[in-house]
Design a protein around this ligand. Structure first.
Ligand SMILES: Nc1ncnc2c1ncn2[C@@H]1O[C@H](COP(=O)(O)OP(=O)(O)OP(=O)(O)O)[C@@H](O)[C@H]1O
Length: 362
């Protein structure tokens, strides 16, 4: 089942305008991830799709039928929300079975589904416990098991793994992904974890500042971000953003400072430009010569690569990731170069489509 949003808007009140002009189609069987910083309206959007929060304007459709006025139950979806209430008087097993019993599913079928779901979330041993006898993470897993056991074709998940420890989170990520594929679920998954988004999504929607910043596959979003916000949101360590100005003497040249300039194939269209360079798209060479354009501040060995913190002669801080282990001393002069994958943004952070043939030289 597909889900379509057309110009969806949400104002909680005149002072709280949360979302504007949200339009997207989530295809049948897609793993669709919504990411964005805290408070950007991710949960609000999910709750509007579920029918738990009314929408201020626009349309929500499921399989081409507008569902704006349908109550949550009639939308035939399951939900795993951060604080999704479990029934306190029912044990774990009955909590998971509840929805299936309500739909008068065959007893044997219910048993099989509930047992399988509990096994999958590692709760078989705790099936007889009441919710108050469980930890936060265990409660979250009961909510997950409920979604697993259900036969709804749409599932909405709001940070379903947020209370779990790192190891269990990785295991559950794989389980959710496998399950979504196996059942052909249309899954909308909210997270603020970029790794979760990158590793699980077919498509990612990045929300910020009330608007959709970009919708794309993980590689599109990483390699071709629409703006500075998206470029900074994905990638660890974060992309370097350097301020540059158009050279006074040559319109084709961007100056980071007199030691670091970037020549473009075309004229630089604005006086001030921001340059985005991913930390692994730069090279560092030790040099004692005048060619040095930076000095080492610090290095950190990460196991199979090293992160180098340096200060450009312009005074701007950068970080570079290089494979293996390197030994630099503090204040050592180095030459930093970047010859591919440069991104350019205007002063407001909007992506500028300048020539990809650009290069940096000292
Ligand atoms: N019932 C409500 N009444 C008024 N304002 C609300 C209500 N629910 C949420 N908000 C506000 O709407 C904005 C979006 O909240 P929402 O919970 O959707 O964000 P989020 O992106 O899911 O955040 P987080 O990642 O922190 O969970 C916030 O500024 C929040 O304070």
């Amino acid at each position: 089942m597909s889900i379509t949003l057309r110009n969806v808007r949400k104002d909680y009140d005149a002072q709280t305008e949360v979302l504007k002009d949200i339009s997207v189609k989530v295809e049948t069987g897609e793993f669709f991830v919504i990411v964005g910083p805290s408070g950007c309206g991710k949960s609000t959007l999910l709750r509007m799709i579920a029918g738990l929060t009314p929408i201020t304007a626009g349309e929500v459709s499921i399989d081409n039928t507008v569902v704006n006025d349908l109550p949550p139950k009639a939308r035939k979806l399951t939900m795993v929300f951060q604080n999704y209430a479990l029934f306190p008087f029912m044990n774990v097993w009955d909590n998971v079975a509840f929805g299936l019993k309500a739909r008068k599913m065959d007893q044997a079928d219910i048993k099989q589904r509930v047992d399988e779901a509990l096994k999958m979330v590692n709760l078989t041993e705790l099936a007889k416990r009441k919710p108050r006898e469980l930890s936060g993470g265990q409660r979250q897993r009961v909510a997950l098991a409920r979604a697993v056991a259900s036969d709804a074709k749409i599932c909405l998940m709001d940070e379903p793994l947020s209370n779990l420890d790192a190891q269990l989170r990785i295991k559950m990520r794989q389980e959710i992904y496998a399950l979504q594929r196996k059942l052909g679920l249309t899954l909308i998954y909210v997270t603020h974890d970029q790794v979760e988004a990158m590793t699980m999504a077919d498509h990612i929607m990045v929300l910020n500042d009330q608007h959709v910043q970009q919708i794309g596959t993980p590689s599109e979003i990483y390699q071709n971000p629409a703006n500075e916000f998206v470029a900074k949101f994905f990638g660890t360590p974060q992309i370097n953003i350097l301020n540059a100005t158009r050279s006074k003497t040559d319109n084709h040249v961007l100056d980071v400072d007199s030691d670091l300039e970037i020549a473009l194939d075309e004229e630089v269209p604005a006086e001030n430009v921001k340059i985005g360079i991913r930390p692994d798209d730069m090279k560092v060479e030790a040099t004692e010569s005048v060619e040095a354009n930076a000095t080492i501040k610090n290095t950190g060995f990460l196991g199979d690569e090293t992160i180098i913190y340096a200060t450009l002669n312009s005074g701007e801080d950068i970080h570079v990731v290089v494979p293996g282990q390197v030994n630099y001393r503090i204040f050592q002069p180095i030459k930093v170069t970047a010859d591919s994958n440069l991104m350019f943004f205007d002063k407001d952070g909007k992506r500028m489509n300048l020539s990809k043939e650009a290069y940096v030289h000292a």
